[in-house]
Design a protein around this ligand. Structure first.
Ligand code: ZN
Length: 175
């Protein structure tokens, strides 16, 4: 069981399915909220029964860097329709946007924590089954602009920052 200590815990009310025993997540998948309720509370509302998105992610991050967690990492998510083997994060952004600096640092801090908690690797995942930091549209999906080329291009920066945090034993203290 893992709830990130620097995330606001905002559990979804939808049914959760336990991750297969012994299976650690392969990495983290980036999504964008696509202008859909761009606050953590708004994202949670879309994931809740009767909301517009029945496929919640584990995490969400606002443009100001505030991090929320909707699903315990011991459960799989529904955000990548092609796999349940990753952790997922919805970043408040529109198609074509880059992540804000605050979002970039938050995702990197989360990634350093996932390294400590779930032993994710500091690799770029470019297709399903790859370990590391990937993105929704790396497999066929109707969401072809999730998260868009600018966010995809920020992945090396995210990994670099996360590696510094992980290997310098810096306790995430961004908040
Ligand atoms: Zn997505």
């Amino acid at each position: 069981m893992a709830i990130c200590p620097f995330a606001y815990w905002m559990p979804v009310k939808t049914k959760q399915e336990q991750r297969r025993q012994g299976a650690e997540p392969l990495g983290l998948i980036l999504h964008i909220s696509n202008s859909r309720r761009n606050t953590l509370a708004g994202l949670l509302a879309t994931f809740s029964p009767g909301g517009s998105n029945p496929f919640p992610s584990h995490f969400g991050v606002q443009t100001d860097g505030k991090l929320g967690q909707f699903i315990d990492t011991k459960y799989h998510d529904w955000a990548e329709e092609w796999s349940t083997k990753y952790i997922s994060i919805e970043c408040a952004a529109s198609p074509g946007d880059s992540l804000t600096v605050q979002q970039l640092y938050t995702v990197a801090t989360l990634y350093a924590w996932l390294y400590e908690e779930h032993s994710v690797t500091f690799d770029l995942a470019n297709k399903p089954g790859d370990a590391g930091l990937g993105y929704h549209s790396m497999e066929k999906t109707g969401h072809t602009s999730c998260p868009g080329p600018n966010v995809i291009a920020q992945r090396p920066s995210i990994l670099s920052i996360a590696q510094v945090m992980a290997f310098s034993q810096t306790t995430p203290s961004y908040w």
